[in-house]
Design a protein around this ligand. Sequence first.
Ligand code: AMP
Length: 282
Amino acid sequence: MKIVETVEELQTIVKEAKRNESVVGFVPTMGFLHEGHISLVEHAQKESDIVVMSIFVNPLQFGPNEDFDRYPRNFERDSRLAKNAGVDILFYPNVKEMYPTEPAMKVIVHEGVDVLCGKSRPGHFDGVATVVLKLFNIVTPDRAYFGMKDAQQVAVIEKMIRDFNIQVTLVGCPTLREEDGLAKSSRNVNLTGEEREEATFIFKSLELARKRITEGERNAASIKDEMTTLLDKNSSGTIDYIDILSYPELKHREQLEGKVIVAIAQQYSKARLIDNIVLDIK
Ligand code: AMP
């Protein structure tokens, strides 16, 4: 595995690979890797000749009171895990490399950001879209692999690819979970022991929604009420949102039909966790 820290070197390597008609698969991450990230690499490997992973904690997508400084980082461990997973090129730029000058422009996301994390984290998806556009321009991947754990991100990036005619195929990959259902996340290390136990109720609440919908319940409000009660009763975290929306449009529907996302964000003392399931209601 080659570790590359500059845009120029990365572009040179990818250009050479493309001259040989190699299919380039790309896995963008913020590092502190876990099996969820590795599963994206495994998807990429099946469909690409070379797999590029990036590790970059993007300051643009963090709000002023968010956890940019506290975000866990461990490059030595990450590079070992990436190598073992079979990543070919690990792109690890620093902030100066990605933003050498104060950016003169950024991507503004207008649609699908008035709900869920877009609503709670103003400007977050502008920061995400801006860095992903830069990374797409640097890496020029044929295929890019994103986790459905961040389903709103997938919806936003799909629209950016469409609106800006970016020549890349987005592949949304399923969420990897701990045995007790908690979605794997870099931020889980910032939970206390007690919070880690309580956080299992995030997935339990999602499963409750799945059960109700399977049983035939179509009223979003009553499902959300039940989820709120279960989560509130069993954890000390503050619910940021519990919502059920059409997917990928992310619109409220009183009566549920078609593809829907059930999503939760919950704030613990030092970690904000998100999770979701997407269901196809026949
Ligand atoms: P992050 O480093 O948290 O920005 O995540 C990088 C990529 O990994 C994103 O596309 C995430 O959606 C994806 N990802 C994060 N957690 C998981 C998980 N538990 N299962 C699958 N993919 C994940």
